[in-house]
Design a protein around this ligand. Structure first.
Ligand SMILES: Nc1ncnc2c1ncn2[C@@H]1O[C@H](COP(=O)(O)OP(=O)(O)OP(=O)(O)O)[C@@H](O)[C@H]1O
Length: 623
């Protein structure tokens, strides 16, 4: 355990405000319970009122078929009652639907606000691993996809169950035997349901979904890799993968249809109105012939019997929409459950901008450490270049400074304060960065550069752009610095990186972190960065992942990172003189030396480095 981890770690845990876990969707829906209740109550009232016209027809039938003179007053009352019921139903269902849609709008707004707030506090490391489109889909499409679930399902389900339940109670009061006969189609449909759930059907369903997935994969693969496939003349092969997936699908689909279609057809048949009417008519005829039922009493069974099948049909209806909404809800919940990096309760102000990493350990996954105990000091006014083989943890190391992640063990200190004790806005006033995934906003070039300094004047913006080597290119754009990126002009990767560099230079933070691999995407950018670094000077603390020998040679300190540990550090010239691991690394990556002596892939050069690495590993094991 390092000195840092002990007491202060526990004390800090007490001081940080670990944000309360997200209340989840239930918490989000709670304020809207009155709205949902109004939807359900109005639907129940509307559904019951909707029975009035049917019952009025039944009553009219009974009155008209009854022997003797017709009571005109009674007929008028029945007609008015039926019409009133219809009107109440219309008003109730329209109001219920209106409230349902208002609740939906409110819920969607609340969800989007909650998502925006969560994304605003999500760790940058988490955000940087996600594509912008992926998150935009969650905030946009996935929230919209919940519309059927919120606006329609509560009302529709209520109506689908209230109408048959009320009808059933009424029919039972008329003739319970014929009521049971009327329920035969529903009973038959329910008896068919277990057949849909047989293991064979479940297997066919899984195979069907897997085959659909294979088709989707082959299409995505083809589209994503289209440039590579074309360049290497493999389009026939890629097409073949798609054709094979489709051929496989045909067989699977036929098996699925053969298994499902007889059951689905039987269900449709027994729930179809002609079948229901046939059952009611046969049952009714038998009851009337046996003298157990008055002919006029058959009427309510003919009118209401059809409605009894509604709940079974409702179970299938809208099922796809609801499952899609459920999946969308799952993705929304996943984003809502991202834990923000804890903010300090009593923030500390750093004094100065000396950066120190003490015993830093970090891994993306539980059982695999990427940084295995890094101790490093970055003095103000110096440039430190991090070098090392691919995958050694360079990007991970530098991303700890702008707090993309927190170390699992150890600490990163700025001006003597643990980054976890510094308020986020304070930290970003002191640390700026330019990494690989440059993201520009759909805003003017000037606004993009002045992101961190919104009130910067045009002269300052132009100065930063000149320093970053992007000014001339900006002047070629249709409206210069007012050109909206992504709308009026598109920038290349290197140009976007130079805009990001100008942004970082204008922010003028005392600590600057750069990933040279990207910044050096093209020769102009490479020069711009080197000029900028040389020009910055002062007592800035600069940390750069260096790939070019010029950058390494120009740094005050070079740090060789291998497999998550610093194996050598010091002034570059001194390290070269020493002839150790860094010198071997340098020689193995020096194109001039390789060109002078041997072919570019100089096994001897690489071999020297590999041998040094192997020797060190053995030494480590021995220790
Ligand atoms: N987001 C991530 N999730 C899981 N593992 C990751 C993630 N980012 C990096 N890694 C792993 O961490 C290790 C170190 O990666 P890192 O990008 O820090 O190395 P690097 O030295 O910067 O490599 P390069 O020079 O190739 O960019 C690698 O093994 C990589 O696979």
């Amino acid at each position: 355990m390092t000195a840092i981890e002990s007491a202060p770690a526990a004390a800090r845990r007490e001081r940080v405000r670990d944000p309360a876990p997200d209340p989840g969707t239930a918490g989000l829906l709670r304020p809207h319970i009155p709205g949902f209740a109004a939807v359900v109550i109005l639907q129940i009232a509307g559904a019951l009122a909707g029975l009035a016209p049917l019952l009025a027809v039944v009553e009219l039938g009974r009155t008209l078929l009854a022997p003797g003179p017709i009571d005109a007053g009674h007929v008028r009352t029945v007609v008015i009652a039926g019409a009133a019921g219809l009107l109440v139903r219309l008003v109730c269902t329209a109001t219920s639907s209106g409230i349902g849609h208002l609740v939906d709008t409110d819920v969607q707004l609340a969800l989007r606000r909650r998502l925006a707030e969560r994304l605003g506090r999500a760790p940058m490391g988490w955000l940087s691993r996600r594509r912008t489109g992926e998150l935009a889909k969650v905030v946009g499409d996935d929230v919209s996809a919940m519309h059927p679930l919120i606006a329609h399902t509560p009302g529709e389900l209520t109506a689908a169950f209230v109408v048959p339940a009320a009808s059933l109670i009424y029919l039972l009061t008329v003739d319970w035997r014929l009521t049971l006969i009327t329920l035969i189609p529903v009973a038959l449909a329910l008896m068919l349901v277990p057949l849909l759930m047989l293991p064979a059907r479940a297997r066919e369903q899984r195979e069907f979904e897997a085959a659909m997935g294979r088709i989707a994969d082959s299409v995505v693969e083809f589209v994503q890799g289209i440039a590579v496939v074309k360049a290497f003349g493999g389009s026939q092969r890629a097409h073949r993968a798609f054709i094979t997936a489709v051929d496989d699908f045909v067989g699977t689909f036929l098996r699925w249809v053969r298994g499902m279609s007889p059951i689905a057809a039987a269900m449709r048949l027994v729930l179809a109105p002609p079948f229901v009417l046939l059952v009611v008519l046969i049952g009714g005829a038998v009851r009337i012939a046996s003298g157990g039922l008055a002919p006029a009493d058959l009427l309510p069974f003919l009118l209401l019997g059809l409605g009894l099948t509604a709940p079974v049909a409702a179970l299938g209806h809208g099922f796809d929409d609801v499952t899609a909404a459920g999946r969308a809800l799952g993705r929304v919940k996943e984003v809502l459950s991202v834990r923000p990096l804890p903010e300090p309760e009593r923030p500390v102000t750093p004094s100065g901008h000396r950066v120190e990493l003490r015993g830093v350990r970090f891994g993306y996954e539980e059982d695999r450490e990427v940084l295995r105990g890094v101790d490093l000091v970055l003095e103000p006014g110096t440039t430190t270049a991090v070098v090392g083989p691919s995958g050694s943890g360079k990007s991970t190391l530098v991303r700890l400074l702008p707090r993309f992640f927190d170390p699992a063990e150890g600490a990163v200190l700025l001006g003597g304060a643990d980054l976890r004790d510094i308020a986020a806005d304070e930290l970003y006033r002191r640390v700026s960065f330019v990494f690989q995934d440059v993201r520009l906003l759909r805003a003017s070039v000037a606004d993009n550069i002045a992101l961190a300094v919104p009130h910067a004047d045009r002269d300052a913006i132009v100065r930063a752009a000149r320093l970053a080597g992007i000014h001339d290119r900006v002047m070629e754009l249709p409206r210069g610095y007012d050109t909206v990126i992504g709308e009026e002009a598109r920038l290349s990767g290197g140009e976007a990186q130079r805009v990001a560099l100008a942004r970082a230079l204008l922010a003028d933070t005392p600590v600057l972190v750069l990933d040279e691999a990207t910044s050096f995407a093209d020769p102009q950018t490479e020069q711009a960065v080197r000029r900028a670094l040389a020009g910055l000077g002062g007592d800035r603390t600069i940390l750069v992942i260096a790939h070019r020998q010029e950058t390494i040679a120009g740094a005050d300190t070079v740090v060789l990172l291998e497999d998550g540990v610093i194996t050598e550090q010091g002034a570059p010239a001194e390290l070269l003189r020493r002839g150790g691991r860094f010198a071997a690394f340098w020689r193995a990556h020096d194109p001039r030396q390789a060109g002078e002596r041997r072919p570019a892939h100089d096994p001897a050069q690489a071999g020297a480095y590999d041998a040094a690495q192997a020797g060190e590993r053995q030494g480590e094991e021995a220790r």
